[in-house]
Ligand binder design. Sequence first.
Ligand code: ADP
Ligand code: ZN
Length: 731
Amino acid sequence: MDTAGFFDQGALIAVLTTQPLDRTLDYKAPEGGCFPGAYVEVPLGPRKVLGVVWGAGRGDFDLTKIRTVIRVLDVAPMRLEMREFLTRAADYTLTPMSAMLRLATRAPGLSDPPSMRKVFRLGQGEPERMTDARRRVLGALQEYGGLAFTLKELAEMAGVTASVVKGLVKYGAVVEHDSPRDTAFPPLDWTRSGKALTDEQTEAVHQLQASQQSRKYGTTLLKGVTGSGKTEVYLEAVAEALKMGRQALVLMPEIALTGEFLTRVQVRFGAQPAEWHSGVTLTERRRVWRMLGQGDAQLVVGARSALFLPFRDLGLIVVDEEHDTSYKQEDGVLYNARDMAVLRAAMCSARVVLASATPSLESWANAEAGKYERIELTSRFGAAVLPDMRAIDMRDEKMKAGTWVSPTLRKAVEARLERGEQAMLFINRRGYAPVTLCRACGQQIGCDHCDARLVEHRFLKRLMCHQCGETRPIPETCPSCGAEGRLAPVGPGIERLAEEAAALFPEARIATLSSDLFGSARALKAGIEKIAGGGADIIIGTQMVAKGHNFPLLTLVGVIDADLGLQGSDLRAAERTFQLMRQVAGRAGRAEKPGEALLQSFQPEHSVIRAILSGDEEGFWRAEAEGRRAAGVPPYGRMAGIILSGGDVGAVFDLGNALARNDFPLRQIGAEVYGPAPAPIARIRGRHRVRLLVKAPKGVALQAALARWIKPVKLKGDMRLSVDIDPQSFY
Ligand code: ADP
Ligand code: ZN
């Protein structure tokens, strides 16, 4: 990679393009020359493609055939640290550079010239005749001093039609001119005063800010019970970054959480930050991308892909709810945003704050080992105390078939209803029932394309495959034996639980919160706000309610099946259950009223359930860490998954077996291969999936060995191979 200043016209340069090639291509610098990192348009065959000037040309191509860069785009060049970040991230995840570049250029119209739009502001002229409508337009403009508005904005503000505004333009009372569409974000004012912090919070802020002032890379694990003020504390770290003239990024695991945070930023800094996630329009994405590069956006709140935005001087990355599994991208480029945040920060000398009430074992272990600083908030803000947690031993409860709320839990809910408080029933399963069974032939309805059962979604009146998303109407007759009216749902999902709750508590207002029941992120956000404000007596929720939403009136959380996550062979099953249960329980009693959490379990003596109830977190982590150390698995060893897939199951297994036999590059580093075995979900969208698991000691060059191992593989036909470093879910 070249850091040297400038390439003169005609100089040989290497360009990385977004095309799936495994190397940079040589071009000649265009008229006027270009800087390293410049975004360029280059000819490739008959097409024009986007690329970045990566350095000096390789010179291994016939010089007479080398073509010239078409043009340099009018955006800030990619910084050296970003090029280094992409390179390192590609090496870590064994991803081709072209795919990394695509991640870093996910904004539409980057090659378009800066686009303009018409805006309107107050002029000197006077209309011949003053009407009410005209007066309103001029009044609105006067009220906002020198500001200019689009035609639509202005007409809406004044409550007039567009023709009224245009009429005023004719007299010069309103003037029209062009202004760039991508405008700077309003500045965030860090000098405004924040909330008065508690002693513990103040101490945490001082420690964080001191480490920020070094302008060196470092990671802090900010651990604190739900409601202890982690967000307040990291907002002050954002303030410090802004004060230092640097930019900040706050990652959140779910879009629905960003709403509350935007409001808090507005209150603290007097303006809203930029947003980056799937709910943001394409034009807004383009604006965010461009403004960050030129330093006209100070703070981004967003999803994991925001890590690949072209910040000019990124000084702080906050990963909120850092343990959340949605930080692991499971599609395309397989990366864990938490790890990539640390890598990115190391490249640009930024501080990372990993915030969580229940950190991942990885982060806990890094703090234990002294690699991360650790700051702890131990008490909840104000009067809020942690809920009282107890198990309901389901072996002692009298349950009617097809019901899931025990008499004990029912009484607890009734007590809340009488007092006018909120109760939550939690089940981590979407849909109505996980299984639809034919009582005549005993067959379960499965997906035609996947090795998965179809889940009934009664609300949508369809059966749905949670693997591939395929849906079909709920059939009248059994697809296997043709018997009519014999299909029956088995087991509970959130919709069925809602039905049971409606029957048990007919007077209560019940709100069901599941990500698939809301049409859009905005509808979901509005739904959550309404419920938090008292719009429901009973909240029925899946995993998403566990994530950081505030429900001040909530005093009871009932977990329908606390054992659900304990089954299965997943390395992280215990950790996940522990985190999820503690998070859910943390929803109760966030304001003045104390909360209670009741966990329905058939095995309350299980060590994980006991640890959850006793609240002995350090004890749980130490035990879990010991087990993993003994087994040599992450974070005390390294793992990688290789998933082979294709339409022909025999061919996929043959390839898997060939890989397993030729494991010399892995044995060289002391790694072992397990498999091939059918992946836990052995078929998705008609493709058979086979998995090999690689287990290696910590500290070896795993990626390099993996690269050598899979290099000879020739993928024929529709066969695919993907590498997953540090697999999270064992699919
Ligand atoms: P966490 O991120 O740890 O869950 P929050 O920062 O969201 O905690 O704080 C929980 C609630 O308490 C929020 O409503 C927050 O505004 C409030 N809060 C926390 N600390 C303070 C403080 N020092 N002054 C006023 N309100 C606070
Ligand atoms: Zn399917």
